[in-house]
Ligand binder design. Structure first.
Ligand code: ADP
Length: 240
């Protein structure tokens, strides 16, 4: 986290998994895969896999939690005990509470919650395999799951991580890169308007480096957005 690493993560211009600095891992997406949910999706970036389900809009109980003028989005991010090599202790912890909150904040601006007074939309992100960049993978998955639930949205939300390892600016950090990075930055964007809905930075960067990384994140998110659109069109084309 934000330290200068002695580990050689880039050799001959390539990262340990043979990627170029600005290359993402293989990205896969599915939607509508959990039939008991109103909407669902699975997104993987290399070995990081996030499942997401959306339940609602549904009436919020207890009633005193209801907002009379608007609906609310609730998000729970969870990393499965088997998602990492050393078993993670089950249940919520400070990290999962924080990540649940930032995922919610990244998605809220995209949803027309005012259309749903007194109701809740519940979004779940379950990381079943964790190899870095789980929060951004979760944002991509939940964004797709909300769209697949038919929740009216201004735009999809698209996210990726960028950062700096061995003095080089890179896209889509895996677990080893994240653990040994000089800086890592999680970015979420509404790609049509280029509105940034999440920018979380760890470590040290110059202003120029940060601006360059933001440009890289925007370019990468455009490609991810295209994939999100295509997977939704493929699944739901022809459906009213
Ligand atoms: P993100 O997953 O969004 O990058 P972090 O920076 O907190 O968020 O985590 C980086 C990576 O560290 C995770 O993707 C995961 O691979 C690993 N990690 C996080 N928490 C644990 C844990 N409790 N046990 C083992 N590895 C973990």
């Amino acid at each position: 986290m934000g330290k200068k690493s002695d580990i050689e993560l880039i050799v001959g211009g390539l990262r340990k998994d043979k990627r170029l600095p600005e290359q993402t891992r293989e990205i896969k997406m599915k939607v509508g895969n959990i039939v008991s949910a109103n909407g669902s999706a699975e997104v993987s970036f290399g070995n990081t896999i996030a499942l997401s389900s959306v339940h609602g809009p549904r009436e919020l109980f207890p009633r005193h939690l209801q907002e009379s003028q608007t609906g609310i989005l609730r998000v729970r991010y969870n990393m499965a005990p088997f998602s990492v090599d050393d078993r993670k202790s089950p249940g919520p912890d400070r990290r999962s509470v924080e990540i649940s909150k930032v995922i919610r904040l990244a998605l809220e601006p995209a949803i027309f919650l005012d259309d749903y007074p007194k109701v809740t939309v519940d979004g779940f992100v379950e990381v079943i395999q964790a190899d870095g960049s789980t929060r951004v993978t979760g944002i991509n998955a939940l964004s797709l799951a909300l769209a697949s639930a038919g929740i009216p949205m201004k735009d999809l939300v698209t996210a990726c991580s960028v950062g700096k390892i061995n003095g080089t600016l890179i896209v889509d950090l895996n677990g080893e890169e994240d653990n040994n990075s000089e800086s890592d930055v999680a970015v979420a964007i509404m790609p049509t308007s280029n509105l940034v809905t999440l920018l979380q930075m760890d470590g040290v960067l110059t202003k120029e480096e940060l601006m360059h990384l933001l440009d890289l994140a925007k370019k990468t998110c455009k490609d991810i957005h295209e994939m999100q659109r295509n997977v939704l069109l493929e699944k739901y084309k022809g459906e009213e």
